[in-house]
Write a protein that binds this ligand. Structure first.
Ligand code: ADP
Ligand code: ZN
Length: 436
């Protein structure tokens, strides 16, 4: 197959040239924030640093980290690095883990962001012959606007559906022959389930690829979606703070996401000590923007846990890759002293043939943490196992115990009892937090 890139000069640039480019841009970016954001200037002054101390990307470790707390603290204008009159857009986080953060964009920032999304669409096989069906939310959430802009740049026929109204999504998808679907993986699974219920087979739709992100999803979930929709499912990663989706994207190798490192410099740190870890080690992902005008970020701690790799990729891209984040450090549950990521539970469920419709409930009763997992059955499974539910629950509980090291209580529940998500799925209800 002929290899296609959106910006080949960058996407296949030699590692040495990339480092040179990053260094040049980084030095400029630091000067930009020092000169224009009193908050950054103070952070640097406190460490006895001025832009003169920053001569290449290797000097990055001299600079302090920035956290979500800093962003919330400086809400709304504290980190703005240009006049408001130069800005043309505001977007905001989904507020999954607390007070929302707002990000600002100049027209040039938006152009770069859309280029990043366009790279992702081309990597998923997108061309100007595609019908790109975007059902990420539009509005303050970055998913819809980001992929919408990227789709325009590639020249796809763009369907700005936004999220929700699954019936209409399906009607348009069928009538207009959508070929690329962009949404959260949980919504893709829901669309797949609805299509199946309506009697459609995977080959009845015209979809060839999906670009799914904005929440953690497992390899098992990927296989499940690929099967029900009859597509190749690609991961895409980003966060509002760094612009939105498109910070990193998957290629046909589907083994991690290439980071657009000409715009975002990535580091992995030990979340406890802040020490930078060598390539290949698992830790917290930290991003530094290299080309931002309105809302630059220097060493921003994402709280997402993953691994970086420079292993050669068969797609020909030389951009460094990040593994699928297994969840944010704050998604990690500590149950009876054991660290648990919801994605570990998802892996077991899907491996045992269950649907990705599940919800995890954690509570503390008589000073002991409890872990309950509700797993929805399909109508056939429900019919067939009515008399043996308990046996299946025990089997599943044992498999999960093997994975996590602690015993859950599993409840197999009737079809359609777990609420479907149209955006980011709510996988965990932690009642302990509600008591606090
Ligand atoms: P919020 O922090 O309120 O959810 P965002 O909508 O900006 O706001 O979400 C960004 C976060 O979403 C990332 O930090 C990451 O935790 C998660 N995320 C985005 N894309 C992916 C992905 N492909 N895989 C796993 N997690 C992702
Ligand atoms: Zn690749």
């Amino acid at each position: 197959m002929e290899k296609r890139y959106y910006q080949p000069g960058i996407e296949t640039m030699s590692v040495e040239d990339m480092k040179k480019l990053q260094s040049e841009r980084f030095v400029k970016q630091v000067k930009h924030v020092y000169d224009n954001v009193p908050y950054y200037q103070k952070l640097m002054n406190d460490k006895g640093l001025t832009p003169d101390d920053i001569n290449s990307i290797d000097d990055i470790t001299k600079l302090p980290f920035l956290t979500k707390a800093d962003l919330r603290d400086q809400y709304p204008y504290g980190l703005l690095a240009t006049d408001l009159k130069n800005c043309v857009r505001i977007q905001s986080t989904s507020g999954t883990t607390g007070r929302r953060v707002v990000a600002f964009y100049t027209q040039e920032d938006i152009d770069i962001w859309e280029d990043c999304c366009a790279r992702a669409i081309v990597a998923a096989g997108g061309t100007n012959e595609d019908v790109c069906h975007v059902c990420y939310g539009y509005g303050l959430f970055t998913g819809g606007p980001g992929l919408n802009g990227g789709s325009h740049k590639v020249g796809c026929l763009t369907l700005p559906m936004s999220s929700g109204n699954t019936e209409r999504q399906i009607q348009f998808m069928m009538d207009l022959k959508s070929t690329i679907l962009c949404c959260t993986p949980s919504y893709a699974a829901y669309i797949g389930e609805t299509l199946r219920e309506k009697g459609y087979k995977p080959e009845d739709n015209s979809l060839k690829a999906g670009i799914f992100g904005a929440e953690p999803w497992t390899e098992e979930m990927r296989q499940d979606i690929e099967k029900t929709l009859g597509i190749k499912a690609y991961d895409i990663y980003g966060l509002t703070e760094t612009s939105g989706p498109g910070v990193a994207f998957e290629c046909e190798e589907q083994s991690g996401m290439h980071i657009n490192e000409d715009h975002f410099y990535a580091e992995i740190i030990d979340p406890e000590t802040g020490e930078v870890l060598p390539e290949g080690e698992k830790g917290e992902l930290v991003f530094t923007s290299l080309t931002k005008d309105a809302f630059p970020l220097i060493r921003y701690r994402t709280r997402d846990i993953c691994v970086l790799s420079r292993k050669k990729c068969s797609c020909g891209r030389t951009l460094i890759k990040m593994s699928k984040p297994m969840g944010r450090s704050d998604d990690m549950l500590i149950i009876r002293g054991v660290n648990v990521f919801p994605s570990q539970i998802e892996t077991v469920l899907l491996n045992m043939g269950y649907t990705p419709n599940y919800q995890i409930e954690v509570d503390r009763i008589n000073n002991t943490d409890t872990l309950d997992i509700n797993v929805e059955l399909t109508p056939e499974e429900y019919e067939n196992s009515k008399s043996s539910l308990e046996v299946h629950e025990k089997k599943l509980a044992t498999a999960i115990k093997t994975m996590l090291g602690i015993s859950p209580k599993v409840h197999l529940v009737a079809p359609k009892t777990i609420v479907r998500s149209e955006g980011k799925a709510v996988r965990v209800i932690d009642h302990r937090k509600l008591h606090d």
